[in-house]
Design a protein around this ligand. Sequence first.
Ligand code: ADP
Ligand code: MG
Length: 255
Amino acid sequence: MTTTRRASVQGVVELHGVRKVHGTGDHAVTALDGISVGFSRGTFTAIMGPSGSGKSTLLQCAAGLERPTDGQIVLAGVDIGKQNEKQRTELRRKHIGFVFQAFNLVESLTAAQNVELPSRFAGRKVEPEQVASALASVGLTERANHRPSRLSGGQQQCVALARALVTRPDVLFADEPTGALDTVTSREVLRMMRMLVDREGQTTLMVTHDPVAASAADVVVFIKDGRIADRIPLDRDPRSNNAAVIAAHMARLEA
Ligand code: ADP
Ligand code: MG
């Protein structure tokens, strides 16, 4: 089942001929239909496409949370298909961070405790300085001892970002991170994600259906019916109207 690694696909995350079929028999759904794409270190990529086009499946497979049916995924230089369950769990803990539309914070814990929690579960000690540094990187130093209910939705998502980044992962994966936020708080989270890329070179892959959110990225990859439909690099000049360009692409894809 090994697919030849193509030299043209390079990056800290590489997908080589990835197929993913959900279910079997009459219920089989091909979510990814032969995807080859690489994501370079230090870049921010937005993944867009119509509903059901395979965006979440792409992210889950790329992050090693789901196994592809066929093809090869290389994460931080490691072919994850060749690893056993235990090795993959370890690889995920060390190399990836994930944020979702739902912040999934524990209400009875402070922001700092929420950031620390997953590592504690994983039996790994996180130093208080690491927690402080993760919170500082998302601008929440002053809120470290606040419980989620005392924070805005945007700040809560930033706590989730800090939690994902406390282990300094090679890649941050975000599936619709602003999906539950209003325009103003969305902007706050996107500004933070952009800053993490600019200041810390945080490789970021973000699924979104919002052209404004996608315009925070360096490049937009469009997928349709489980295949790469298009890839457009964005001009980071603040005067360029990337959101309009992206919206026009989306409209064409959905037509
Ligand atoms: P998107 O995130 O772009 O909306 P998904 O990756 O969630 O798309 O889904 C792609 C396709 O795979 C859809 O047709 C969806 O219904 C199907 N699918 C996703 N997850 C599962 C699953 N666990 N079981 C069966 N089908 C699934
Ligand atoms: Mg999805």
